[in-house]
Design a protein around this ligand. Structure first.
Ligand code: HEM
Ligand SMILES: *[C@@H]1O[C@H](CO)[C@@H](O)[C@H](O)[C@H]1NC(C)=O
Ligand SMILES: *[C@@H]1O[C@H](CO)[C@@H](O)[C@H](O)[C@H]1NC(C)=O
Length: 328
């Protein structure tokens, strides 16, 4: 009797210790409905602003999905991508990887301004970006998903760190490597690349495939020749840096058009077409091309996973009052 009680007491103390040690870990977890008590309108306001923007310009949905990706791959999903440069620092925003192609900043600013007047100092810019990406997927016909929230905003944004963003010329090994640095598998990479089913690209992101592939051939032989000739008309050598849709058949719809393009050698970037270069990734491309629900389901899950990269939580970072500048 005595020994059972003392055993239980010891066990209880140990349990408490384990729970106390776990609590900092618990704080790291993002939570669905994080603002339901503190700012229950937050997700509705974001959705409203994204919807308004979308009906002004459908391309903004693509911009917002890419904004979340570029945020998460550099210093984690901490809204470092939306910070302005200052006299003493050039921010991520002004890297060639982001400027002038990245768009949707105004949508985030408008949502933030309304949220700040409803509940000041509560909702992070990083969460607003994550919600906006999800809303954009829904508006373009993708599957909705719950966004675990509770991210905090970082105070640092360095142009040099945009090296973590994969270049359009990357091959499969390089892409796999760059995603694995962020805890994402090759399968996640193939799934997330499907975001290229919406949006546009500047000519400079693929023109080397048309005009100066390597020292022996001008054109990338993995690019469909007819498609290449169309692209050459839209992007004449030495011409202006125009934009073309990435998935021309349905550039504002989150469908599997991207994977169908790749199977037809119509992936726009080297980084897209390279997904056919191994049997396992090519099989994944085929499975997605013939099974939209499979891709949409996997894509939603992969977006949640990407949204957890390197997040600041608990007392880390801050809740910016203006997404473009760190708090004083
Ligand atoms: C796999 C490596 C990736 C590479 C190399 C890559 C590269 C690019 C490039 C070069 C552009 C065109 C930029 C321009 O010239 O205007 C682009 C656009 C885009 N990317 Fe990616 N990307 C990758 C992965 C992703 C991921 C993971 C997502 C989101 C989950 C994403 C979402 C988008 C979207 C939506 C656009 C269109 C943006 C717009 O219309 O404003 N990309 N990407
Ligand atoms: C250029 O690309 C072609 C087609 O992929 C390839 O056969 C050739 O070996 C490449 N040449 C050089 C010098 O890399
Ligand atoms: C946020 O900061 C930027 C840069 O200082 C400024 O231009 C903008 O007006 C500010 N927005 C709000 C809502 O105060």
């Amino acid at each position: 009797m005595m020994s059972t009680t003392s055993l239980n007491a010891t066990f209880f103390v140990k349990l408490m210790l384990v729970l106390m040690l776990m609590s900092p870990l618990q704080a790291q977890q993002l939570q669905v409905g994080f603002y339901s008590g503190s700012c229950f309108m937050a997700e509705f306001i974001v959705k409203d602003e994204v919807t308004k923007a979308f009906f002004r310009d459908r391309g903004l949905a693509a911009g917002l999905v890419r904004l979340h990706f570029h945020d998460c791959f550099v210093r984690g999903c901490d809204a470092s991508v939306v910070l302005d440069s200052t006299p003493s620092n050039t921010a991520e925003k002004d890297s060639p990887a982001n400027n002038p192609s990245l768009r949707g900043f105004d949508v985030i600013d408008n949502a933030k301004a309304r949220i700040e007047s409803a509940c000041p100092g509560v909702v992070s810019c990083a969460d607003i970006i994550a919600f906006a990406a999800r809303d954009s997927i829904i508006l373009t016909g993708g599957l909705g998903y719950d966004v675990p929230a509770g991210r905090r905003d970082g105070r640092v944004s360095l142009i040099a760190e945009t090296r973590a963003l994969p270049p359009s010329t990357a091959n499969l090994n390089q892409l796999t490597q760059m995603f694995s640095t962020h805890g994402l598998t090759q399968e996640d990479m193939v799934t997330l690349s499907g975001a290229h089913t919406i949006g546009r690209s500047h000519c400079t992101s693929f023109s080397s495939r048309l005009y100066s592939y390597n020292t022996t051939v001008n054109q990338d032989p993995t690019l469909n020749a007819f498609y290449a000739s169309q692209l050459m008309q839209q992007c004449p050598k030495g011409g202006p840096d125009s934009v073309v849709p990435i998935n021309p058949a349905s550039p504002t719809i989150t469908d599997v058009g991207y994977y169908v393009d790749i199977l037809n050698n119509r992936g726009l970037f080297t980084s897209d077409q390279t997904l056919l270069s191994t049997t396992s990734t090519a099989n994944q491309v085929t499975r997605y091309a013939i099974n939209p629900l499979l891709w949409k389901t996997k894509f939603a899950a992969a977006m949640v996973k990407m949204g957890k990269i390197g997040v600041l939580t608990g007392a880390q970072g801050e809740i910016r009052s203006n997404c473009s500048v760190i708090n004083n």
